[in-house]
Ligand binder design. Structure first.
Ligand SMILES: [Zn+2]
Length: 413
């Protein structure tokens, strides 16, 4: 008999496990309470994942997300926010930052106060203000009448409205006050993200020198890369200090552009995000995005007025699967971009972002086709993987079915 232990232990074995040091083909993850622990090879396995082509990866970390499950971070009640959190959690996002959209300052401050309580209780990892300090030329799905220049006093006021929970502000740094605001945010320990910007190459470099560290959904809502006018994209891609957000839903970016960005920045400087709105994990229909109306058709969200793309309906499990099976990004690079890098940007690498003893037991189990079959958050199953098939079935599953071409192509470096 196994020795009786006082804490609840979960032992996963037999799946491929993606560790910071690389991929272990038949690995083991031991969970003690809410944390990953070193474990003992002699300890009985509670979840035998062998023979099914499963992969265990760290829980996903989403830096940019407006909602899901029919509910909004941007304007919802606390109950709405939790609905969105639970929806994304079931899709593997064990850590999520709540993004707002452009609203009047009072509404933003009120929502920030509400969100800060959910940060305090551990359901959210922070607040991201997307707008109002963005360019009218690149406003995307933001209400133009509510846009304003990033004067540092207002930026500071909004950060303070988050009561210590503000983690990131997206701004068009070329606007009056933009560079001073970047400096202020850097001083306050809040990420200054360049986005919804009409800046040129030199202006973008100036903002990076001032302390900006993130590019908000690179390529989307900024001037394109041109051969004689490299614009913000080249400046953001080439600078080691910048991590670039990419929306990998197949709508916002062509796969070849995503591959180009990955190759250019390197996996250590990419963060896969959803930029999801309420329809994520929910369905088509009419929605609000802050003060604007959005129609979602076949999973693509567009403003009713003007037809601009209005966020995504993406969840990070889909972004992960696409990255490996459609874009051909190496598995370890995808894990870095979807877990480790955003964890680092949040200053949380000591607790999340990789599968290592001492860290939170946040993990995702994927099947041979890279579809999600399990999610654990802080040691508790959000989605429990199916029990092992018995005897002969397991042996069969371990041979033919678990090695589709998509897996192999996904592994090329
Ligand atoms: Zn957004």
């Amino acid at each position: 008999m196994a020795p009786v232990t006082t804490t609840q232990r979960t032992v996963l074995a037999g799946a491929r496990v993606v560790l910071p040091s690389g991929v272990v083909e038949s690995g083991r993850v031991t969970v003690d309470g809410s944390r990953i622990t070193a474990g003992d090879p002699a300890e009985p396995v509670t979840h035998d994942l062998a023979g099914r082509g499963y992969t265990v990866v760290p829980g996903f970390v989403d830096l940019h997300n407006h909602g899901g499950g029919g509910a909004s971070f941007t304007s919802g009640t606390a109950e709405d926010v939790l609905t969105a959190v639970r929806t994304h959690r079931a899709h593997g996002t064990t850590t999520v930052v709540a993004s707002t959209v452009t609203e009047n300052l009072d509404a933003l401050a009120r929502q920030a106060a509400l969100l800060s309580e959910l940060v305090e209780q551990g359901d959210l990892a922070g607040i991201h203000y997307e707008g109002p300090f963005i360019s009218p030329c690149r406003k995307g799905a933001h209400d133009e009448t509510l846009l304003r220049d990033p004067d540092p006093a207002t930026v500071r006021k909004l950060v303070e409205a988050g009561r210590g929970a503000a983690r990131m502000v997206t701004l068009a740094t070329e606007l009056p006050g933009g560079i001073e605001s970047v400096r202020l945010l850097a001083d306050l320990g809040v990420i200054a993200a360049i986005g919804h910007t009409d800046a040129g190459y030199a202006q973008t470099r100036e903002a990076i020198d001032a302390g900006a560290t993130v590019a908000t959904h690179l390529f989307n809502a900024m001037p394109p890369l041109l051969h004689r006018e490299p614009g913000p994209i080249a400046a953001l891609l080439e600078d080691e200090r910048i991590t670039v957000e990419l929306i990998n839903d197949g709508t916002h970016l062509h796969p070849s552009v995503l591959e180009l960005a990955f190759g250019s920045a390197g996996a250590a400087r990419v963060a896969l995000i959803t930029d999801a709105m309420d329809a994520a994990g929910f369905g088509d229909g009419l929605y609000d995005l802050g003060p604007l109306k959005v129609e979602v058709l076949q999973g693509v969200a567009r403003l009713v007025e003007g037809n601009s793309i209005a966020g995504s309906t993406l969840t990070l499990d889909t972004a992960f699967k696409r990255a490996v099976t459609v874009d051909g990004i190496a598995l370890t690079d995808v894990v870095q971009a979807i877990s480790a890098n955003p964890a680092r940007l949040l200053g949380r690498s000591d607790r999340i972002g990789s599968l290592e003893p001492g860290k939170d037991a946040d993990l995702v189990v994927l099947d041979a086709a890279y579809d999600l079959v399990g999610v654990m958050r802080r040691g508790e199953w959000v989605v429990e993987p199916p029990a092992a098939p018995s005897g002969a079935d397991a042996a069969t599953a371990g041979t033919g079915a678990s090695g589709p071409a998509s897996v192999r192509s996904g592994e090329r470096a």
